[in-house]
Write a protein that binds this ligand. Structure first.
Ligand SMILES: [Zn+2]
Length: 389
């Protein structure tokens, strides 16, 4: 089969012949004399499109390489020898060409600077395109490479394919993921003294780097001793940035400020929240201490406070209770039916004794040390109160 998509990635219409046809596992499979449809290979999905047979427009469902042969899966059976017209789903293909060429450029500039290789490439249509570089890179380093890669776009360098002989290949310094048997296809970005990257590749590419428009790094993460980088190119990169800009703009409007003043607004809001938290804490703390001072005298006692009380408030109440009562004390925050969080113990004996009583009598769960125990209990307030009479 003649792979038109290798020599001319822009061909999106083609009249050709069905060379073989078979049914396998419920699929209608065909082979074509020549094809504009790229099959799934090297981390990139098969092209989508339409095959016109007679007066039928049949959907191309898949393209897979089996034992070196390319079989296309079509909606309906098309007999061997039929004349067909192939029509490529061009917007998706062109976007994939932009993503793939962009990946070559970014990987190429990282390879040139750091010597790392891309050992895991996946061209997804609905999430970021991912590459895995086999070396450590910080976010800053990757963003610096993003800048270099975009410079390659603005220089609008040619991207060309070539099919060198084995002897010629020995003198070419190119990137390759695996040993390739048979004819090697090289994709070269740039020319003359300005060659940015040469890589063995089977996929369709754009003709000039300018067509990629933009490369945007959207994620950087450590991955199995290397670095996984998520990128978007072309219109997908623009859409991503537009979405982010919309979010930032919305944020600025909610602060009634301009975009550049958002960090200041967030910082002053943070300070205000911290100060309000402190004031609220002090008010609640004072109120709880007053309540505790007004509780009736005795040996043991327990206190029920607001179910949303923070652990810090609960601990302060527990300490205040310990100062007032020498026996077993506890502080509960919760509700009948929903259960209670508790801090409990005693100043005159090991606090774990109080914890054990809560566990044995009410099935409480929790733990702690000599000073204090804490946990949860699902019991009624009236039953809890009986333990501290
Ligand atoms: Zn490639």
């Amino acid at each position: 089969m003649i792979k038109i998509y290798e020599k001319n990635s822009y061909e999106n219409h083609l009249a050709t012949k069905v060379m073989a046809s078979k049914k396998e596992e419920g699929k209608n499979l065909i082979q074509l004399q020549e094809s504009i449809f790229f099959p799934e290979e090297g981390g990139q999905y098969a092209d989508s499109g339409i095959i016109i047979y007679g007066n039928k427009e049949l959907k191309l469902l898949d393209g897979q390489i089996k034992k070196g042969e390319i079989w296309y899966s079509v909606e309906e059976e098309i007999p061997e020898g039929s004349d067909v017209i192939c029509r490529l789903d061009w917007p998706i293909r062109y976007s994939r060409m932009q993503q793939h060429s962009g990946e070559h450029i970014l990987t190429g500039v990282i390879h040139n600077r750091y010597g790392y290789d891309n050992i895991g490439f996946h061209l997804s249509d609905d999430s970021a395109v991912t590459l895995v570089m086999n070396g450590d890179l910080t976010r800053e380093e990757v963003l610096d490479m993003e800048r270099v890669a975009n410079d390659v776009i603005y220089r609008n360098l040619p991207i060309v394919d070539s099919y060198p002989s084995k002897e010629e290949l020995e003198h070419i310094n190119y990137r390759s993921k695996k040993e390739i048997e048979g004819q090697v296809r090289l994709i070269t970005v740039g020319y003359g003294d300005d060659v940015v990257d040469i890589c063995a590749c089977c996929a369709p590419h754009v003709a000039h780097t300018g067509e990629i428009g933009l490369i945007k790094v959207v994620s950087v993460a450590a991955y199995k001793g290397g670095t996984q980088i998520g990128i978007l190119c072309g219109k997908r990169a623009l859409d991503y940035i537009r979405n982010e800009h919309e979010m930032i703009d919305k944020l600025a409007r909610s602060f009634s400020t301009s975009i550049d003043k958002i960090p200041d607004s967030v910082e002053s809001m943070r300070e205000e929240i911290a100060s309000l938290r402190e004031t609220t804490f002090n008010l609640i703390d004072e109120k709880m201490k007053r309540i505790i001072s007004e509780l009736k005298e005795g040996k043991n006692a327990c206190l029920f406070i607001d179910e949303d009380a923070s652990p810090a408030i609960m601990k302060n109440c527990y300490n205040a209770m310990c100062e007032k009562y020498e026996g077993k004390v506890a502080v509960f925050a919760g509700k009948d039916g929903k259960g209670y969080r508790y801090y409990a113990g005693s100043r005159s004996e090991d606090s774990r004794l109080t914890g054990n009583i809560l566990k044995e009598k009410l099935g409480a769960k929790g733990g702690g040390n000599e000073e204090m125990v804490q946990g949860r209990v699902d019991a009624a307030k009236s039953d809890i109160e009986k333990l501290f009479e």
